[in-house]
Design a protein. Structure first.
Length: 302
């Protein structure tokens, strides 16, 4: 993922969420709607999440140190994981709590027209943010489905922003339905039901993000396409075959490659060294993100 593409989507989402949060809290103060309060908290959490993603991007660009010789690329995964936890705890659980309280102790809305206006404006702003995330994600999705993109992406920023925006837009629709049914039926309990639905939605999205970012933190291998290019690059003059190959992402844009290679019997040390150098050059040319490569020469004993 290009840093500019990810940052553009994050900044668009941050600007939209800050504006939305302000008008939601104003609407809550006027109407007393728990759906508006839950959505306001959701927007504040999303704004904090985008701040964390920007912080993770900057932190990951730090140079390698003796204590961290492979650099700080995984900081982007760490901050993506924190975003998922924030969405679960500060967003989803709060909305569930507020919804249950409103169902247990319902009260009528004041000035519901304000809530409708705010929600419609918020839907417009959130749609702009989602459109930006979709446009930026298309550059990296390729032929993959959207579900596949979320599942297979090695960079956390765009999938996180994409899912956050989808959840936010869906949450706004749920809030609009909750307030609308409350006004039409004169039953304020529907506002609480809408708030509870928002909480369940946020928790579901958070669980998906936790699972995906945890997998990246543990260490994922190169994609099948990159793995095929690496295998093709390793075999060449002076290299008979690959005995075994291991890859792991040190960050979204940095790949560790380790392999044991079968060399011809009788090859001299200079010939082996040249063959390894050539193999590294072919791999880096085919997969530029393969920046850390360790190759071990061996004889084929099979």
């Amino acid at each position: 993922m290009s840093a500019s593409g990810g940052s553009k989507a994050i900044i668009a989402a941050l600007g939209a969420n800050l504006g939305i949060a302000v008008i939601k809290f104003v609407a809550f103060g006027i109407t007393g709607s728990s759906s508006m309060l839950a959505e306001g908290v959701h927007s504040v959490v999303d704004s904090g999440n985008q701040g964390l993603l920007l912080k993770g991007g900057r932190s990951a660009r730090r140079a390698a140190t003796p204590e961290h010789p492979f650099g700080y690329g995984r900081d982007r995964y760490v901050y993506g994981f924190l975003v998922a936890l924030m969405l679960f705890s500060a967003g989803g659980l709060f909305a569930l709590y507020e919804g249950v309280e409103k169902i247990r102790h319902p009260h009528h809305l004041d000035s519901p027209t304000i809530a409708f206006v705010v929600l419609i404006v918020a839907i417009g702003l959130e749609s702009f943010s989602l459109r930006t995330a979709v446009v930026e994600s298309r550059h990296h999705k390729g032929d993959d489905t959207w579900f596949g993109f979320i599942r297979h992406a090695k960079n956390p920023e765009l999938p996180v922003v994409l899912l956050e925006d989808v959840a936010a837009l869906t949450g706004l629709v749920l809030a609009l339905l909750g307030v609308g049914v409350t006004v039409l039926s004169d039953e304020p309990v529907w506002d609480g039901i809408g708030t509870t639905a928002i909480g369940a939605l946020l928790i579901t999205v958070a669980v998906v993000l936790v699972i995906e970012t945890k997998s990246l933190l543990v260490g994922e291998a190169a994609s099948p396409a990159d793995l095929g290019r690496i295998e093709a690059g390793l075999v060449g003059p002076g290299v008979e075959r690959i005995i075994h190959l291991r890859t792991m992402h040190l960050g979204p844009d940095e790949l560790l490659v380790g392999a044991k290679l079968s060399m011809p019997r009788g090859a001299t040390l200079p010939q082996i060294a040249q063959a390894i150098d050539d193999a590294e050059a072919r791999v880096r040319s085919a997969v530029p993100s393969a920046r850390v490569i360790y190759l071990e020469p061996d004889l084929d004993r099979s």
